[in-house]
Design a protein around this ligand. Structure first.
Ligand code: HEM
Length: 242
């Protein structure tokens, strides 16, 4: 196997214990967010339809269903044990993640994001996030097709950061509501609309920018360690007294 095909081995199980909590959080998120849309009843939607866009609700439902495929399959894909033990299944689940998850969920996100009823900050944040999600995932897929597995891993970590970030979006909305509501009559001049647009705008941006920065830090940290290992291999330390 060439350098690009090398798989990191030998980590202890507790260094990978993040997979189980991730799976629980993702399952809880899907169980809470998705059911209102499965009834295909616009009255149950948590997103009010923007006036004059009759297509919005069916596209939102499609987005939620494909988004669920993406977020559920990505848990399996980032699990190192599964990747190493079942490489063929990793490829198959990967195709489901890309073609039945991110591509349709990202394309529908661009459409509903552009007309979001939660204001311009939210619209721009969502459209940019959707475009980056598509770009990272397509690049990661193309790298795998070319057998450039080191690059594949890097782009798919970025794709994963955006997929999973949709959960942190909801947390930021709660934090922003708690932080900003006391300023309704001052900063927002008593306008609940201005307040709610600021809350959803902050959630839309912080929701994906922070996880993407964490992903970049994680990748950079891995690169720095690999560089240190290479230097040590080239010039091993002399034993004391030699
Ligand atoms: C990562 C790129 C994503 C983008 C850009 C995106 C964008 C959007 C947009 C624009 C909306 C409509 C709300 C609004 O107008 O602001 C929405 C709603 C929704 N999205 Fe996504 N989404 C993404 C990923 C996901 C994923 C992975 C899931 C997983 C299930 C998901 C689940 C939902 C749900 C459940 C709603 C309905 C809102 C609610 O009930 O809270 N989205 N999304």
């Amino acid at each position: 196997m060439g350098k690009q095909g090398q798989v990191r081995q030998g980590k202890r199980w507790y260094a990978r214990a993040w997979v189980a909590p991730l799976a629980v959080v993702v399952a809880a998120f899907v169980a809470f967010s998705v059911p209102p849309y499965l009834a295909v009843d616009p009255g149950l939607s948590r997103v009010p339809a923007p006036p004059g866009n009759g297509w919005h609700f069916p596209v939102l439902v499609a987005h939620v269903v494909f988004g669920s495929v993406a977020i559920l399959t990505c848990v399996v894909q980032v699990w190192p044990w599964f990747r190493q033990r079942y490489p063929v299944a990793h490829r198959r689940v990967g195709r489901v993640y890309v073609f039945a998850g991110v591509l349709p969920a990202g394309a529908t996100a661009l459409a509903i994001g552009a007309v979001s009823p939660f204001g311009p900050l939210n619209q721009v944040g969502n459209v940019l996030m959707g475009a980056l999600w598509l770009a990272f995932t397509v690049t990661g897929y193309r790298m795998a097709r070319r057998r450039r597995y080191v690059d594949h891993r890097r782009w798919m970590i970025r794709s994963f950061a955006l997929t999973a970030s949709i959960m942190s979006n909801r947390v930021w909305a709660v934090v922003a509501t708690i932080a900003l509501t006391p300023r309704l009559d001052t900063t927002f001049g008593g306008s609940p609309v201005a307040l709610s647009q600021a809350v959803s705008g902050l959630a839309a941006w912080l929701g994906w920018v922070v996880p993407l920065l964490v992903a970049e830090w994680w990748l950079e940290r891995g690169d720095a360690r690999a560089r240190r290992r290479r230097v040590e291999e080239r010039s091993p330390r002399q034993p004391v007294g030699v």
